[in-house]
Write a protein that binds this ligand. Structure first.
Ligand code: NDP
Length: 344
């Protein structure tokens, strides 16, 4: 069957496409320009006609995806601004509801129809307050960040704008599905991944061109010139949860395949981290990574007062999607092997 993947040239989308191609799917990927599609085509050249790239220049335009949805069996909607300057809400929200509207209007013929749409939301759409001990579940919604953006408007931080964009886009998607439930041939699954780390296969020329999350990882865990400036507070007491990009790709495929995933939002998370945990893991790799810069050490052995204060419950992903998550050691090892292969 054929899957439409939006934002095909991105960090996560490239792994999603690779996993789907390896499992026999055909792909139609959307990119914003012919040039961005060239790398994708080259990377997947071995799959021949199973990959097709189409250009959708502006996903906020009405009917942007009308042509792209024709003749596909499923959609993975991944394109969304990740910490880009300017407004992130409009492209996230309009891109998502626009995709659903195109799927409603043009996603079926007499002999074929779209069955499932997987929307790549984010854990950013889940918790509001993260300064109290808690385990967040799919029942939680980040309403706070939406209020904060309303209050601060243009002056809001990029973190606020991004989190609000993902919350509003996912809310918009569920409202659209509810409003049109009697007219649509498909159902929707939202995936809510936490920080995504792991090797890159999209077009990356140097560490500064990594996507947002992978660049954070490189700067803190691999680049001593950046990490040495980082204070203890950040290394020891900043924590979130993470997932390997290759596991997230599997989650997308299973979300397309598993019947019970329909109408669900599902947290995709391997577990909590602090920067120091990744640094310790990197420094214990055997054989040690051979990078052009010395590995930062951070403050090994320093115990956080609030280590793992909160977590995201991933049991639903295990139950419905059968997820098994790669370990911190495996992700860190493979990410450093990727850096080495690039000569960084
Ligand atoms: P990338 O920046 O690598 O990919 C983002 C993709 O979205 C690119 O193809 C990009 O196109 C496209 N895009 C961005 N803004 C627009 C726009 N205004 N119009 C059309 N296309 C646009 O990021 P990731 O792969 O990390 O992110 C992919 C998705 O996963 C996003 O929806 C993100 O919110 C979500 N996510 C990511 C997490 C992470 O830690 N990385 C965590 C949780 C969710 P172009 O290259 O042309 O800019």
């Amino acid at each position: 069957s054929k899957v439409l993947v939006s934002g095909a040239n991105g960090y996560i989308a490239m792994w999603v496409i690779r996993d789907l191609l390896e499992h026999g799917y055909s792909i139609r990927g959307t990119v914003r320009s012919t040039k961005k599609g060239e790398y994708v085509k080259k990377y997947f050249a071995g799959y021949g006609v199973k990959l097709e790239i189409v250009v959708v220049e502006d996903i906020t335009k009405e009917g942007a995806f009308d042509e792209a949805v024709k003749g596909v069996d499923a959609i993975a909607h991944i394109a969304s601004p990740v910490y880009m300057p300017g407004d992130m809400v409009e492209p996230a929200l309009k891109g998502t509801t626009g995709m659903l509207r195109s799927a409603l209007q043009f996603g079926h013929t007499h002999s074929q129809s779209i069955k499932r749409i997987v929307y790549t939301s984010s854990a950013a759409a889940i918790p509001g307050e993260m300064n109290r001990p808690a385990v967040f579940t799919e029942e939680d919604w980040n309403f706070q960040v939406v209020d904060l953006l309303k209050e601060q408007g243009e002056n809001a931080s990029d973190v606020t704008k991004y989190r609000a964009s993902k919350t509003l886009a996912e809310q918009g998607a569920w409202s659209f599905v509810k409003e049109h439930q009697h007219e649509i041939s498909w159902d929707m699954t939202a995936l809510n991944p936490t920080y995504v780390f792991g090797p890159s296969i999209h077009e990356v020329t140097d560490p500064t061109s990594l996507n947002f999350s992978a660049k954070l990882f490189y700067d803190r865990v691999a680049d001593s010139t950046k990490s040495d400036e980082v204070e203890e507070q950040l290394l020891i007491n900043t924590f979130f949860t993470w997932v390997d990009v290759r596991d997230l790709a599997v989650a997308h495929r299973r979300a397309l395949e598993v019947q019970e995933a329909g109408a669900e939002r599902i947290i995709i998370s391997a577990g909590p981290w602090r920067w120091q945990d990744f640094m310790d893991t990197a420094n214990l790799l055997d054989p040690p990574p051979q990078l052009s810069k010395p590995l930062p050490k951070g403050l090994p052995g320093t115990v956080s007062q609030h280590a793992c204060m909160y977590d995201f419950d991933n049991t639903k992903s295990q139950r419905i999607l059968g997820m098994k998550y790669r370990s911190m050691v495996e992700m860190t090892r493979d990410t450093f092997a990727d850096y080495e292969a690039r000569g960084w």
